[in-house]
Design a protein around this ligand. Structure first.
Ligand code: HEM
Length: 499
C-alpha cells in the first residue's frame, strides 16, 4: 500500500495579510526584536515564522534547531540577504560578512583565513596589541587621576578595541590628534561612533529590506540616510589612508610590510597580479574594524556591571590573576590560556548580554525542511542570541551571572565558542566568525587588564544600581561609570609612562 506523508508546514507564527504579510506588526512593535522574543516565549515556541512582504523570517531560540540550521544544513543556509544597508556598508557586497554566498565571498573569506587572520599573522601582530594593552592602562590611570576616580567603562573599552584594530591595520592608534590623557580626539570619537551606528542600522528591520520596490526610491524609516551617514563618517578617515598607502606601493616609496594594510595591498594571485582592488581593500578594512569593536567592549562593560553587583566574582577573578600573573608585571597574552575564570566571565557575558539581539541573517538557497517545518528558499533565518543564551529549558537561573557554569572539572581551557549553540558567541559553520582568535584575545585582555590594574567600585555617593538593557539596544541603557583606585604598586604605572 502506498503511504502519503503530509507536506511539512511553516513554523508557527501570526497569520499574514496578502502582499504585506506581517509588516503591520513590524511597524507597530518597535523594537521588533522585543516583540519577536516576547511573543515566542508567550506562545512557548522555539521556532517562529513571520512573513515580511514576501520574505519568510524565521527566528529560532532552540539550540537544537539552531544546530539543524547551521550544522546539518549549513550549506543551504550560508547566504546573506541583499538589503540596502548591507550593500552600502560593504561597498556593493565586495567583502565577506555582508556578502551573499558567491565567488566574491569565497575569495575574500580565503584572504582572511590565509593571510590577515591566520595564526602566523596573529603572532606577527602581537607587539602592536601589547602596546595597546599598555596604552589602556595609561589612559584609565590618567582618567582616574583627573576625574576623581570615575571612569566611563564603555568609552574606555570601545576605544581600546578601536585602537587595537587601527594599530594592526594602519600601524597607528588614532586618525586624529590624541588628547592629553592619551584618549581619542574628536576624529576618533567620530570614527568609533560611526562603527557603532553601522552596527545599529545594518539589518535593522527596515521596510525596504522586505519590499524591494522601495529600495533606492523611498527612505520611509530614514534608515538609508543614517546608514549612509555612518558609512561616510567611518570611511572619511580610513579611505584616504588606504589610497595614500596604495600609491606609496605603486610608486615604490614603500617596500616593507609593516601592518595588515600593507599585507592586503601586496597580496598576489596565482599569476603574480595584485589580488585585491582598492574597493575590496576599503570594504574589508571596514568590516574587520567593525567586527573588532562591538562584542568585546560590550562583553566587558556588562561583565564589570555584573561584578559590581556580585563582588564575590571580583574576589575570585583577582585571586586567579594574582596566582597566574602576580602583581609585579602586567598580564600578557601568554597568560591568557591559564585565566580560566576570567575567560568564564567573558563567556557568561556573551551568554546573558550579547551585543545584538540576533545573529547576522542566514538566507536559504533552496526549499528545505528543518525540525519538521518547511523553510522556503530565500527565508531569513535569525538565531536569537538572548533567546539561546537565556533559554530556561537549557540554563538554570538563566538571568543569573554565574561564570562557574563554564569552568571545566579537568581545569581545561574555557573556550569562548559553543559548538552546540547553547551560547551564541562566534557561531559555527561556513559563515561562522573568521576572527575567533583575535576576538577572544581582545576580550580577555581587556577584562584581565582592567581587573588586574584597578580596584573597581560604584562611584562615591552613588548607591549601586545594576544596569538595565537599553530600550532599543542590548547595551546597558547608560554607559557604565565605575570608581577606580590603583591596585598595583605606583611604580608599575610609572614604568608605562617611561616607555
Ligand atoms: C568577541 C569577538 C567576536 C564575536 C563574539 C564575533 C561573532 C561573530 C558572529 C556571531 C558572526 C556571524 C556568524 C554567522 O553568521 O553565523 C561573525 C562573523 C564574522 N566575524 Fe566575528 N566576532 C568577533 C570578533 C571578530 C573579529 C575580531 C574579526 C576580524 C577582525 C571578526 C570577523 C568576522 C567576519 C569576517 C565574519 C563574517 C563571516 C562570514 O560571513 O563568512 N570577528 N562574528
Amino acid at each position: 500500500m502506498k503511504t502519503s506523508r503530509l507536506p511539512a508546514g511553516l513554523p508557527p507564527g501570526p497569520k499574514p495579510w496578502p502582499i504585506i504579510g506581517n509588516l503591520d506588526l513590524m511597524l507597530k512593535n518597535k523594537p521588533f526584536y522585543h516583540w519577536i522574543n516576547n511573543t515566542m516565549s508567550q506562545m512557548g515556541v522555539e521556532i517562529f515564522c513571520i512573513r515580511l512582504g514576501n520574505i519568510h523570517v524565521i527566528p529560532v531560540t532552540s539550540p537544537e534547531i539552531a544546530c539543524e540550521f547551521l550544522k546539518k544544513n549549513d550549506a543551504v543556509f550560508a547566504s546573506r540577504p541583499i538589503v540596502l544597508s548591507a550593500e552600502v556598508v560593504s561597498g556593493g557586497f565586495s567583502a565577506v560578512t555582508l556578502t551573499p554566498l558567491n565567488d566574491q565571498w569565497k575569495k575574500m573569506r580565503r584572504v582572511l583565513a590565509s593571510s590577515i587572520l591566520s595564526p602566523a599573522t596573529h603572532q606577527w601582530m602581537h607587539d602592536k596589541r601589547a602596546e595597546e594593552a599598555d596604552q589602556l592602562i595609561r589612559y584609565v590611570y590618567n582618567v582616574m587621576k583627573s576625574n576623581n576616580g570615575v571612569v566611563d567603562i564603555r568609552f574606555a573599552s570601545q576605544h581600546y578595541c578601536g585602537n587595537v584594530i587601527r594599530k594592526m591595520i594602519f600601524n597607528k592608534r588614532f586618525f586624529g590628534k590624541e588628547v592629553v590623557n592619551g584618549g581619542p580626539g574628536v576624529e576618533d570619537v567620530e570614527h568609533v561612533a560611526g562603527l557603532f551606528s553601522i552596527l545599529k542600522y545594518t539589518y535593522s528591520f527596515c521596510i525596504s529590506d522586505y519590499i524591494p520596490f522601495l529600495r533606492h526610491r523611498f527612505d520611509l524609516d530614514g534608515h538609508e540616510k543614517l546608514v549612509r551617514q555612518a558609512n561616510e563618517s567611518v570611511r572619511k578617515y580610513q579611505d584616504p589612508d588606504i589610497y595614500a598607502r596604495i600609491k606609496q606601493w605603486k610608486e615604490g616609496t614603500r617596500i616593507v610590510n609593516e601592518d595588515l594594510l600593507d599585507m592586503l595591498i601586496t597580496l598576489k594571485d596565482d599569476e603574480g597580479n595584485t589580488l585585491l582592488t582598492a574597493e575590496e581593500i576599503k570594504s574589508l578594512v571596514l568590516e574587520i574594524t567593525v567586527a573588532t569593536v562591538d562584542n568585546p567592549s560590550n562583553a566587558v562593560e556588562w561583565a564589570l556591571d555584573e561584578m559590581l553587583n556580585q563582588p564575590h566574582i571580583f574576589v575570585k577573578a583577582l585571586q586567579e590573576l594574582d596566582e597566574v600573573v602576580g602583581k609585579d608585571r602586567f598580564v600578557q597574552e601568554s597568560d591568557m590560556s591559564n585565566l580560566h575564570y576570567i575567560r568564564a566571565c567573558i563567556k557568561e557575558s556573551f551568554r546573558i548580554h550579547p551585543f545584538a539581539p540576533f545573529n547576522l541573517p542566514h538566507v536559504s538557497t533552496r526549499d528545505t525542511t528543518v525540525a519538521g517545518y518547511f523553510i522556503p528558499k530565500g527565508s531569513h533565518v535569525l538565531l536569537s542570541r538572548p533567546g539561546l543564551g537565556r533559554n530556561p529549558r537549557i540554563w538554570d537561573d538563566p538571568l543569573l551571572f554565574k561564570p562557574e557554569r563554564h569552568l571545566k572539572d579537568d581545569k581545561s581551557q574555557v573556550i569562548l565558542n559553543d559548538p552546540d549553540l547553547r551560547i551564541f558567541s562566534f557561531s559555527i559553520g561556513r559563515r561562522g566568525c573568521a576572527g575567533v582568535n583575535l576576538g577572544t584575545t581582545v576580550s580577555v585582555m581587556l577584562l584581565a587588564r582592567l581587573l588586574q590594574a584597578f580596584t573597581w567600585s560604584p562611584p562615591p555617593n552613588t548607591p549601586y544600581i545594576k544596569c538595565v538593557e537599553g530600550a532599543s539596544e542590548m547595551l546597558p541603557s547608560k554607559p557604565l561609570l565605575a570608581f577606580a583606585t590603583p591596585r598595583l604598586d605606583e611604580k608599575m604605572y610609572y614604568s608605562l609612562f617611561e616607555n
